[in-house]
Ligand binder design. Structure first.
Ligand SMILES: Nc1ncnc2c1ncn2[C@@H]1O[C@H](COP(=O)(O)OP(=O)(O)OP(=O)(O)O)[C@@H](O)[C@H]1O
Ligand SMILES: [Mg+2]
Length: 349
């Protein structure tokens, strides 16, 4: 395995040297906004020292990240960040039972057997879903990321004067939030998490806190805004404003968005059916994260189309907060911050 891979690309619960003191910073870099969560360990739980959502203005991601890093309360040694969408892939594969070290070595040689990328273009990582299993076969979650994407992230952080020892995947960071904080009761149930962002929606299914299905769907809030702009002959910015604050034009907006919802529903339906066929179990609940999950009517649409109970999720609910942070503001933004929280939590995993 290349040392770059060891150093820079982690998948789930990857061990890196733990700091007992100090804070941990997770940064979720999105197309529409970047999000930061700064955490410290407090006994058996965690304390939120700082959080922020910074819109990406004019596509300038670096400026948004710089602004976020300028706000943290403790010196930052390391940033935990992630990639997602096109150029990344997560697969669940059945393989002969072996230990993790051998598994990683075999992926380093023959990853292109499992991913539609050539071996020298990707970093891979893998995780044994049932390490205690007794059968000859085991289930493996394997991820691949284009080296170029990891390189670009590292370059940006270096240009800003920061190091990043860990680059994960958004979907796995979300799963990490669910499993490390045992929310939303992921320990006892089969829970789906759907993050609807600007361009990508990530769907994850957790069984006893372990991801069993992951899929990035190439649709998000931008498609809804485009649909509103086209159907109502508005500028994109005006359509965006109306989408977020529809006021008394709500039913008109919802009517216009139905076809854009339909696309997401179809992809979700396929994913849910695939999961249920494979595991012969139902998803008990679905929780929503990501800015575009706030879209009026989306939760109801999912509930009636997929026949799965949809609930809101505030992963910060049980965490302590620094004095200057209010529970209300954090609750309001909590669904935007679930990925950044999962990334910050890797420090303590
Ligand atoms: N109240 C709201 N109602 C509807 N949509 C909203 C609301 N608030 C934010 N959004 C939408 O959320 C999207 C941005 O969400 P988020 O910050 O999670 O995306 P991102 O992480 O930048 O995107 P990606 O993950 O695709 O890179 C935008 O499409 C925005 O219009
Ligand atoms: Mg996002």
């Amino acid at each position: 395995m290349s040392s770059l891979l060891k150093n820079y690309f982690g998948l789930i619960r990857r061990f890196i040297p733990k700091k007992e003191e100090g804070s941990s910073v997770g940064i979720d870099i999105g197309v529409s906004s970047c999000k930061i969560v700064e955490l410290a360990r407090e006994g058996d739980s965690f304390k939120v020292l700082h959080w922020a959502v910074q819109p990406v203005a004019g596509g300038d991601v670096e400026a948004a990240v710089r602004s976020l890093l300028n706000q943290v309360t403790s010196p930052v040694e390391n940033v935990f960040t992630s990639v997602y969408g096109k150029g990344t892939l997560i697969r669940f594969i059945e393989m002969p039972r072996m230990n993790l070290e051998d598994l990683k070595a075999s992926f380093a040689i023959e990853a292109d057997k499992y991913f539609p990328f050539s071996q020298d273009q990707i970093y891979t990582d893998c995780f044994i879903i049932d390490p205690q299993g007794k059968s000859k076969k085991m289930r493996v979650m394997a991820a691949a990321v284009k080296k170029e994407m990891v390189g670009d992230r590292l370059k940006m952080f270096n240009a800003l004067g920061y190091e990043s020892d860990f680059i994960g995947l958004n979907a796995v960071a979300l799963a990490n939030t669910g499993s490390m904080l045992n929310c939303p009761d992921s320990d006892s149930e089969i829970v789906g998490i759907l993050d609807v962002g600007e361009t990508v929606s990530s769907f994850i299914v957790l069984m006893k806190g372990i991801p069993q299905f992951v899929r990035d769907i190439s649709t998000g809030g931008r498609d809804l805004t485009k649909r509103i702009a086209n159907a109502m002959a508005l500028e994109f910015s005006e359509a965006e404003r109306l989408k977020c604050n529809p006021g008394d034009r709500l039913s008109e907006i919802q009517g216009v968005c139905d076809s854009a919802f339909a696309n997401l529903m179809q992809e979700l339906r396929l994913s849910v059916d695939y999961f249920m066929n494979e595991h012969n179990q139902e998803i008990n609940r679905l929780v929503l994260t990501g800015g575009a999950s706030l879209m009026h009517g989306l939760a109801k649409h999912i509930e009636s189309n997929l026949e799965i109970k949809v609930e809101s999720w505030n992963p910060f609910e049980k965490l302590a907060r620094a004095d200057h942070l209010t529970a209300e503001e954090l609750a309001q933004k909590s669904n935007r911050l679930a990925v950044a929280l999962g990334l910050a939590l890797y420090q303590y995993d």
